[in-house]
Design a protein around this ligand. Structure first.
Ligand code: FMN
Length: 285
């Protein structure tokens, strides 16, 4: 099949997923000799219009892993805003050195359900947005080599597939069932509960620039009084990481204890993983 355009699509509050998706899209477009169109659906204003893709376009679609799954507050948008027509797709998730658990499988299933042909998929280790020590320096050169390998193999599958043909999608797991959300623990092994945690602001240092309200992917921070977060908070850490004077943080004891547990238990380097469909002879690398 001849691909006319590659679309890079991402939800990326802090920016790691954007980095991986845009790199993958450029690497895919090169051997296909076509242009890349970037489409960032992180902010609410970018999640109002439906996108429909043709069979001669390709998409690289990326989200971060939250609690081992596709972020649950984002899922309805993934399910309603994007429609393929036998459109080849590469599913990408990033994760913060613990595990991607079910997120890649869930994303593949959603894309396949909505008209895409997911022929390759990859889970890439990135820095954990809650801790600079977890996944520090990732993705590294070895991760990028996997990204290159995945996109080159995907380009070959697209070139080798006849127009109108939609072979079976890539399998990233033996089971088709999406497992439960990861249940976070505190340092002492007890269940953590930080669902209601919201960011706090050190008003003494706040310069009221409004960046935190602008970058919140659910528009939850009051731009008139940025110390207030009346809307939902998914703990994405965009406001914390993008505050130019570092006055935004989470003080919730359960969340802080969970982060310490992650730092203690998941210090080892996790592996990025890629999967490519090979007309029935799928391979995991
Ligand atoms: C609410 C939340 C839950 C997360 N859950 C996981 C997880 O289950 N496993 C993991 O390894 N990383 C987890 N992470 C880390 C992110 O997946 C990782 O840092 C990701 O690259 C962030 O993407 P972004 O920079 O595009 O926002 C979580 C981060 C957040 C904010």
């Amino acid at each position: 099949m001849k691909i006319q355009r590659v679309h890079a699509l991402w939800f990326s509050p802090v920016g790691h997923t954007k980095e991986v998706v845009t790199r993958a899209a450029r690497l895919l477009a090169e051997p296909l000799s076509c242009a890349v169109e970037e489409d960032d659906f992180t902010l609410p204003a970018a999640r109002t219009e439906k996108r429909v893709f043709a069979a001669d376009e390709a998409v690289v679609f990326g989200v971060p892993t939250y609690a081992g799954r596709v972020p649950n507050k984002l899922l309805p948008f993934v399910q309603t805003l994007f429609e393929g027509n036998g459109t080849p797709a590469i599913a990408v998730v990033t994760f913060g050195n613990r595990s991607y658990d079910e997120s890649l499988k869930e994303l593949c299933l959603e894309l396949n359900t909505h008209g895409f042909w997911t022929l390759a998929a990859g889970a890439f280790v990135c820095e954990h947005v809650m801790s600079e020590g977890l996944g520090a320096g990732r993705p590294d050169e070895a991760d990028m080599e996997k990204l290159r390998e995945m996109t080159l193999a995907a380009a070959k599958v697209m070139r080798d597939t006849k127009d109108g043909e939609v072979p079976p999608p890539v399998r990233v797991s033996d089971s088709e069932e999406v497992g439960p959300y990861y249940r976070p623990l505190e340092e002492n092994g007890e269940a953590a509960n930080f669902l209601k945690a919201k960011p706090v602001t050190d008003l003494a240092g706040c310069i009221h620039c409004g960046v935190c309200a602008e970058v919140c992917p659910f528009g939850s921070i009051d731009p008139g009084d940025v110390s207030q977060t009346p809307g939902i908070c998914v703990k994405c850490h965009a406001c914390v990481r993008k505050c130019p004077v570092s006055v935004k943080f989470f003080d919730d004891p359960s969340l802080r204890s969970h982060i310490k547990m992650l730092e203690r238990e998941f210090a080892r380097p996790a592996q990025s993983k890629i999967f490519v469909c090979d007309h029935g002879n799928d391979s995991a690398r």
